[in-house]
Design a protein around this ligand. Structure first.
Ligand code: CO
Length: 210
């Protein structure tokens, strides 16, 4: 059997198990999703949003990209964000990075990786904002991991810079935004930064005609 065929087989087993537990399971989910959370995480295969948070299908709306970035020209991210905030009306957005992130590591050296350079540039900008602190850390792994935390913090702030979030904060007093970092070594998520709905940001980024 090919490896991908095993996935289809596992899927059949999973579906029949669910049906046995609850014959209405799929019918009910097919009609409605009302997730309370939007998850913006890294594409890394070791950080599956549902599994590490014990959430079920229907509970988390998920967007993943390399190094859990919130890039204000990324139509994919912005479309997910707008739908999650304006239609699903999620109460919480979680930006979840992870220690040892390959994307962050790649952004901190000077190799030319080709097309992904353009994506990593956004992480290099975070490095530049926090250069003094990051460069003062001698150990390479500790330095990378601090950058992972700072990157999550910056991405939370990037969300707050969007008109989508500012408009929702003004009209709905939601969502709250959380910056978390997952540790691959023990499976524990560490909350590191938070912005409650309505938090004021640098006035340079605040819109006054929402
Ligand atoms: Co990663």
């Amino acid at each position: 059997m090919n490896s991908y065929e095993k996935l289809l087989l596992e899927n059949k087993a999973w579906a029949s198990e669910k049906m046995e537990e609850d014959p209405q399971y799929f019918e009910r989910l097919a009609h409605l999703q009302t997730p309370e959370f939007l998850w913006i995480g890294c594409s890394d295969s070791r950080v599956p949003a549902n599994e590490i948070t014990g959430t079920k299908p229907g509970e988390i709306f998920v967007h993943r990209n390399v190094a859990n970035m919130v890039v204000n020209t990324d139509l994919n991210l912005l479309s997910v964000l707008q739908y999650a905030v304006e239609v699903l009306k999620v109460k919480h957005i979680i930006v979840c990075g992870h220690y040892g992130c390959g994307g962050v590591k790649a952004a901190m050296n000077n190799h030319n990786y080709g097309i992904i350079n353009k994506w990593l540039r956004n992480i290099k900008d975070v490095y530049r904002f926090h250069r003094a602190e990051v460069d003062s850390i001698k150990d390479e792994d500790v330095r990378t991991n601090r950058m992972v935390e700072l990157n999550v913090q910056e991405q939370v702030m990037n969300l707050a810079k969007t008109s989508i979030i500012q408009k929702s904060w003004k009209n709905e007093q939601l969502p709250h935004i959380h910056g978390w970092v997952y540790d691959l070594h023990d499976g524990i998520i560490k909350p590191i930064f938070e912005m409650k709905a309505g938090t004021h940001i640098d006035p340079i980024y605040e819109f006054d005609d929402l």
